[in-house]
Design a protein. Structure first.
Length: 342
């Protein structure tokens, strides 16, 4: 009996000894430090809004309770931030990046300007799977998909740049559905696209429904903006009366373009990256803190107040999706490259 108790004590002591240094070192490392969130778009858009809400809550779940700060690094549709995270950010667990996850596909397609290997990034997680929709202003004169199809002029839609989130769905539906579209790239974020639409410079844009209903709520409620098309694998429950792009496609080729170009990418559009080479124990701490934040009552209440949908993926799920993207066959890759990057 005594021998059994001694063995149990030694087993417990060994287990505690193995765990204690990681927790203690993490506590010591993050105490009085600041976690810097780098957002690859300008202030006021969905990426920025999600990040600021997450940053206000996540430190409670990081040992040492570090402070947080959000910095915007717009440029090339988010590619500047992506390259920064890979080539400049220190792999110390103090920098987290959010840039358009569609650049992962961009790497697979050989997109110019991509200076990272997405397979080497660490992934903290994603707060939501995107549900792309097209929002057009009342002033555009387009209040339905039928109006759009019949339009005698190309409808001007805002984008960030080739391979970026607002531009990709626009390019795909133009190719797959033959809609009259003029893509205006060069905006630094969806906040700027909204302002340009409100001023009459463009007619609208196509990006995540959760972001639009949060940041463009007043215009939606006033009837000044209308959702005329969704680009989802299945209709969104909020938008049951809005036509879905996949159902409008008239060929297997068009349906495949929509699936591969949009549906297969939306899960990681808002995935947070941690610099490649960050110590595994710090990666695990940030991943665990992110998952806990996604369940936190105060966070969920603030997200709901801001009309931010929450349907999270953890870091491992994001990693698996990234790996799948690099299995894309060469024929599909060449087709998508012509549509998305040329």
């Amino acid at each position: 009996m005594l021998r059994t108790r001694v063995l149990r004590f030694l087993f417990f002591l060994a287990a505690y000894t193995l765990k204690a240094p990681v927790q203690t070192s993490a506590q010591e490392f993050y105490k009085d430090k600041t976690i810097n969130f780098v957002v690859g778009t300008s202030a006021g858009g969905g990426f920025d809004t999600y990040t600021r809400v997450i940053a206000r809550h996540i430190s409670r779940y990081v040992p040492g309770n570090p402070s947080t700060v959000v910095n915007n690094m717009p440029g090339a549709g988010g590619l500047v931030a992506a390259n920064h995270m890979y080539n400049t950010a220190k792999p110390d667990g103090l920098t987290v990046g959010l840039w358009a996850g569609s650049f992962v596909l961009g790497q697979r397609l050989g997109q110019p300007g991509v200076q990272f290997d997405a397979r080497r990034f660490e992934w903290m997680g994603a707060p939501i799977r995107d549900n792309p929709v097209c929002a057009l202003t009342k002033a555009s004169g387009i209040t339905s998909l039928d109006d759009w199809v019949a339009s005698k002029r190309p409808i001007k839609l805002g984008g960030n740049g080739p391979g970026s989130t607002p531009s990709i769905p626009v390019r795909v539906i133009k190719a797959a559905l033959g809609l009259p579209i003029q893509l205006i790239d060069g905006f630094k974020g969806t906040g700027e696209i909204r302002l340009a639409a409100e001023s009459g410079e463009i007619d609208g844009g196509c990006w995540d429904w959760s972001s639009i209903k949060s940041t463009w709520r007043r215009a939606l409620d006033a009837g000044d903006v209308k959702i005329v098309l969704q680009i989802n694998a299945t209709p969104h429950p909020d938008l049951t009366d809005v036509p879905n792009a996949i159902a409008q496609a008239k060929s297997d080729y068009a349906r495949r373009l929509i699936k591969v170009g949009v549906h297969d990418q939306v899960n990681i559009f808002r995935a947070y990256t941690i610099a490649a080479g960050t110590p595994k124990e710090r990666v695990a701490i940030l991943q665990k803190a992110f998952t806990a934040t996604m369940k936190d009552e105060a966070f969920l209440a603030e997200a709901a107040k801001a009309n931010l949908g929450i349907d999270p993926l953890d870091g491992e799920q994001v990693h698996e999706i990234v790996a799948e993207i690099f299995k894309l066959d060469d024929k599909s890759a060449q087709d998508l490259k012509k549509i998305l990057l040329d």
